[in-house]
Design a protein around this ligand. Structure first.
Ligand SMILES: *Cc1c(COP(=O)(O)O)cnc(C)c1O
Length: 501
């Protein structure tokens, strides 16, 4: 419902029953809201109310304010979708006005919306996954490993133009293995982007190593080269060089590798690229995930393509990848009996899931186009709302727009973001804040942190003013229009309310 439709539901107490009936017919929502002169909700009016008024002998010229008083059923702005639904069920109604703290109606929730949830990013299968999975069943390759795993690895490696790939049980497992392969030992330091999902850095703790967090830069939202440089200088002074740097490519966009890699090279430190969110993205013509000494993709359910759960480690280093295969299958030595010299893991992907992955990989490029299209529609439809700052896509980058993200500019941005997200959730539209940076997480409260510049904490600001919108490649235009209409109403509300009174 857009603002004009919302306004059309509002009538004054001096409205006649005839006008109210005409308005009910025209708006066709089954109810109206009667507002006092101060804009407060006095009551609601339904077809039933008007019918009962007539039966009790009131004529069409009667004013709405002459009807017997009736307290409206409402919810308040902080109500969640489930609280709203509970209220509807209890009172057997299909719509409910939402009031702000001053008693002004700011919104209406309809039952229909609550049963049609719009997801942030849901799995989107193509046409070939089932055939691959059936093949696994038919040939009895249900075990971990098998022909689909081998083929999926070859196909991913070819797609991103990297020498080798190892299919694993999750992106997190891939990062853990990657850290071990790069020699991370207990007590070591590992640099990592602060603005990320915790899956990037939990594995640092698995290794009993010490994370040091690096801020983002404003133009890519990814690791700030100048903060990285300062972290290295400080590490050199303390004589405590990191074992490796985990560079994260956020929301489907590569970090600025041409700036970051030379710094790491200069200090002789390897890069583990966390490309969990950026499969399909490109940077200066090359695939995201082809820059680090090792890189990781994730096929978790909400990623751009999915195996329901899974990950992939890729690299051009053949020896390292051979070790990855060994460590991920319990580190068995080459003897017929089960001989073990070092500690291993059970981290391989199953052949059934790799079948899903092969089908998904065939639609990856299409999914990238679809996600970018979703972003472009948001951008076009909301181009007049000047407070919205979309995540930038600098020249030379091809972003998948895995998630469409923006920050709000202007005063009270944090409070407005918060109100926006609460309101979207109330309508069963799944939205999310931008990742809460790791240096602000209680889990990492003692970890050192290097901001982009002195007194300029970019990742904190992105978190405090950022929102991720429903971005799935299977989001229909109707669903997206619902999100857009909602965003417009919430973001233009102060002026809209003034227009109402
Ligand atoms: C999803 C994700 C991971 C973890 O991948 P899983 O397959 O869920 O274990 C790691 N890093 C980032 C940035 C992610 O978004």
């Amino acid at each position: 419902m857009n603002q004009a439709e919302f306004n059309a539901l509002c009538v004054a107490p001096s409205c006649t029953l005839r006008d109210a009936l005409l308005r009910l017919e025209a708006t066709a929502r089954g109810f109206l809201m009667v507002l006092s002169e101060a804009g407060q909700l006095v009551r609601t009016l339904t077809d039933g109310d008007l019918r009962r008024a007539r039966l009790s002998g009131l004529d069409d010229a009667t004013l709405v304010c002459e009807l017997p008083a009736q307290l409206p059923l409402v919810v308040h702005e902080d109500a969640t979708a489930s609280a709203v639904l509970e209220s509807m069920d209890r009172h057997q109604i299909d719509h409910i006005p939402v009031l702000d703290a001053q008693g002004h109606p700011v919104d209406v929730v309809f039952r229909r919306e609550l049963s049609q949830r719009i997801w942030l990013s849901s799995p989107h299968l193509g046409e070939e996954e089932t055939a691959f999975v059936e093949e696994a069943f038919r040939t009895n390759w249900i075990a971990p490993l098998g022909p689909h795993v081998d083929a999926f690895e070859r196909e991913i490696a070819a797609h991103v133009d990297v020498g080798h790939a190892a299919a694993l049980s999750s992106g997190t497992a891939a990062i853990h293995l990657g850290l071990l392969l790069l020699g991370v030992q207990p007590g070591d330091t590992v640099f990592c982007s602060s603005l990320t999902f915790v899956g990037s850095c939990n594995p640092i703790l698995y290794c009993n190593a010490r994370p040091v967090f690096i801020d983002s830069e404003p133009c890519t939202w990814n690791m700030s080269p100048q903060a990285l440089e300062r972290a290295f200088e400080s590490a050199r002074q303390e004589n405590r060089m990191p074992r490796c740097v985990v560079v994260v490519n956020l929301y489907g966009q590569s970090a600025d590798m041409d700036a970051l890699l030379p710094i790491c090279e200069r200090y002789g430190v390897s890069v583990l690229e966390d490309a969990a969110e950026s499969l399909g993205a490109r940077y200066k013509g090359r695939a995201s995930g082809s820059f680090g000494h090792l890189a990781v993709y994730s096929f978790n359910g909400n990623k751009i393509i999915t195996t329901s759960g899974g990950g992939m480690l890729v690299s051009n280093d053949a020896a390292l990848m051979a070790r990855a295969r060994k460590l991920s299958t319990q580190a068995r030595e080459g003897a017929r009996h089960y001989e073990h010299v070092e500690m291993g893991f059970n981290y391989r992907m199953s052949n059934v899931l790799a079948g899903i992955g092969r089908g998904q990989l065939r639609v990856l490029d299409e999914r990238v186009r679809q996600r970018r299209r979703v972003f472009e529609r948001y951008q076009q439809a909301l181009s007049d709302i000047t407070d919205i700052r979309w995540m930038p896509e600098p020249e030379g980058y091809l972003t998948t727009r895995w998630l469409t993200c923006f920050t709000l500019a202007g005063e009270d941005a944090t409070a407005r973001c918060d109100a926006l997200m609460r309101s979207m959730e109330r309508h069963s539209i799944e939205v999310r804040p931008v990742w809460k940076p790791m240096h602000l997480q209680p889990l990492f409260q003692n970890a050192p942190y290097f901001p982009h510049a002195n007194g300029f904490d970019v990742s904190r600001q992105l978190f405090e003013t950022g929102v991720c919108l429903p971005s799935g490649s299977n989001l229909s235009e109707d669903q997206q229009d619902r999100v857009i209409a909602h965003l417009r109403r919430v973001l233009s509300q102060p002026e809209a309310r003034r227009a109402l009174v």
